[in-house]
Ligand binder design. Sequence first.
Ligand code: FAD
Ligand code: FES
Length: 278
Amino acid sequence: MKSLKVKDSEYDIKKAKILKAKMLTSMEKYFEIALPGGESLDHEPGQFVEVSLLGIGEAPISISSSPTKLGSFELVVRNVGKLTAALHKLEAGAEVGIRGPFGKGFPVRILEGNDLLFIAGGLGIVPLRSLINFVIDNRRDFGKVSILLGCKSPKDLLFGNELEQWGKRLDVNFNCTVDNADPDWKGNVGLITKLIPGIDLDPERTFGVVCGPPIMYKFVIKELVKKKIPDRQVLVSLERHMKCGLGKCGHCQINGVYCCQDGPVFSYDRIKNIPEAL
Ligand SMILES: Cc1cc2nc3c(=O)[nH]c(=O)nc-3n(C[C@H](O)[C@H](O)[C@H](O)COP(=O)(O)OP(=O)(O)OC[C@H]3O[C@@H](n4cnc5c(N)ncnc54)[C@H](O)[C@@H]3O)c2cc1C
Ligand code: FES
């Protein structure tokens, strides 16, 4: 049973201002947002905020920027329903409600000194980008860094310029694949799982950091197990329907595990025996 104690501040909705808004694809819109007075969001990579619009609703959205970015934070919103459609109509200067940050993010201190293999599918790059940019900004604190990114087609790729910069770095091994190429595409074609066997890694010191659509986890984790990465070193970020974000309403619960508070980031050994988790 979760504690019923909630800090007043966890219910507080801060009126935040959209500084920049732009469509990244036909479905995804990017927002740069500032809290009142430039207050820091003070988040960990992998955490989320509850975003609200008065009279419309509230939804959990991953924080996509690194905590090393000061004065504002970034979100990417896919237009799938009532609130997200309303958010897509907003431009710079508009206000949104923000609660949080919430949840357990990536265990950055544990990752320090180790090699990292990031595997992102589709919108999964949104929360992983927070950790990737944190690692890049603190590059000396981490070992080898590999990033594998997969999406349906080239037009679905988010953060094109930034991906290009990651690809140019000598201290990052970046590889990208699409399910369906177009005539201009020069990269890999096929599922992201195909890229994993080609990665040279030391399983003792590698953490696999995985985020993507539910179908992807099963196959990616199978490949990481083949690479002998221990279950406790495979980190996944899970999405569940949430309401309160505070461990109170039970909406996000899977067999006693509360995604909003115990996660959204879990190590695979914690959830591998919960059939509904992945
Ligand atoms: C930790 C976390 C991080 C997230 N990060 C992001 C992010 O970075 N970007 C992003 O775009 N989205 C993100 N999401 C997903 C986002 O919160 C949902 O898509 C949210 O429901 C959108 O709200 P809406 O009002 O626009 O859509 P809704 O009106 O809630 O509808 C969205 C879809 O979900 C279905 N649905 C709604 N409620 C339920 C329910 N109780 N059970 C089953 N199906 C239901 C609807 O039929 C519809 O298909 C995240 C979710 C979680 C849990
Ligand atoms: S969202 Fe309410 S308990 Fe997790």
